[in-house]
Unconditional design. Structure first.
Length: 65
């Protein structure tokens, strides 16, 4: 079940990546919802995802430990 939430969260973030404000809001929801090990996976995915999207780098501050 938890893999489903992680995958769902990634798909939502990919869909809203056109808008940095909306992306940050969805990321905040994910932080509240996902388990710690899922957040670690999401953090790794996020760093790879935003390499090509510098406008989303401000949101990374929310997931740094």
């Amino acid at each position: 079940m938890s893999k489903i939430m992680y995958d769902y969260t990634k798909s939502i973030l990919e869909r809203v990546s056109f808008d940095p404000i909306l992306f940050c809001k969805e990321l905040e929801k994910a932080i509240k919802t996902l388990l710690p090990y899922e957040m670690e996976q999401l953090r790794e995915w996020l760093f790879n995802f935003i390499i090509e999207k510098p406008e989303l780098q401000q949101c990374v501050l929310k997931v740094n430990p």
